[in-house]
Design a binder for this molecule. Structure first.
Ligand SMILES: Nc1ncnc2c1ncn2[C@@H]1O[C@H](COP(=O)(O)OP(=O)(O)OP(=O)(O)O)[C@@H](O)[C@H]1O
Length: 260
């Protein structure tokens, strides 16, 4: 159960308004099969709205979203989504939570166990979610997404509530699983370092449009001590904040903080 081929995504002139509020004005994005794209931007710029639109959870106001050349609909969408909260059902065991998105047919346990192995929690299958740590709960949420063998993984700030070390471990896990399975992945994150550590491309949303589309061509797993890593971080952060890249005195400014 691996070696998925991810879907191709094509987003054309996407608009989304909520009443008078124009959130997405004109989003155009082409995402290749198996590509890992991070989406960044200031709080409220519409990142989650974009992801929810791709997931078919929001009706778009104008424009179109195609998956493998077909307009997305609930019937053809091969996506799974993960959020900042694990959203586990407390009355189901860990294994049952992982199996919840599968039709409870023969073989679901095998797939759920396989997915738990992928995230290193196979020995916790029979426990209740309540006894797990925050990081373990997110691993279960990741396993639940993987169990469906998605061709598109939509990650809405899934590591935002984790402590720094757990977050780092989860980033490594996501990177490893993506390299093995190559599902097309969109990751919304506030963390510039996380975006550069994981993505092939980082897309910056501002004023409802793609303001920047930055290719990250560093070898994987990414070496965060590589000077090029820091340069990309700085370039991206400066773009998000609308500042020039260099220090006034021409010295490099090392910026690693979260952006908002
Ligand atoms: N269902 C809704 N009804 C009305 N307004 C909404 C709705 N969903 C989102 N919005 C508004 O759309 C804008 C974009 O929200 P969205 O959650 O997409 O931003 P975001 O970039 O993901 O923000 P953050 O980084 O803070 O999570 C915000 O102003 C928000 O209040």
């Amino acid at each position: 159960m691996s070696g998925n081929q991810g879907v191709e995504l094509s987003i054309q002139q996407l608009e989304k308004t909520f009443g008078q509020l124009e959130v997405l004005r004109n989003i155009n994005l082409q995402i290749a099969p198996g590509e890992f794209v991070a989406i960044v931007g200031k709080s409220g710029c519409g990142k989650s709205t974009l992801l929810r639109s791709i997931a078919g959870l929001e009706a778009v106001t104008a424009g179109e979203i195609r998956q493998d050349h077909q307009l997305i609909s609930n019937s053809n969408l091969q996506a799974r989504m993960m959020f900042q909260e694990a959203r586990l059902l407390p009355w189901l065991s860990v294994l049952e939570n992982v199996g919840v998105g599968l039709s409870l047919t023969k073989g679901w346990k095998e797939r759920a166990n396989w997915a738990l192995q992928q995230v290193g929690l196979e020995d916790r299958a029979d426990e209740w979610p309540a006894v797990l740590s925050g990081g373990q709960k997110q691993r279960v949420a990741l396993a639940r997404a993987l169990a469906a063998e998605p061709k598109l993984l939509l990650l809405d700030e899934p590591l935002g509530a984790l402590d720094a070390l757990t977050r780092y471990e989860m980033q490594e896990l996501i990177d490893m699983l993506w390299q093995q399975q190559k599902f097309t992945t969109l990751l919304v994150t506030h963390d510039v370092s996380e975006a550069i550590a994981l993505a092939d491309r980082v897309v910056l949303i501002e004023e409802g449009m793609v303001k920047k589309d930055l290719a990250v061509s560093l070898a994987r797993p990414r070496n965060r001590t590589n000077p090029r890593f820091a340069e990309l971080e700085e370039e991206l952060l400066a773009s998000i904040l609308g500042k020039t890249k260099s220090h006034p005195h021409g010295q490099k400014r090392r910026v690693t903080a979260n952006i908002v």
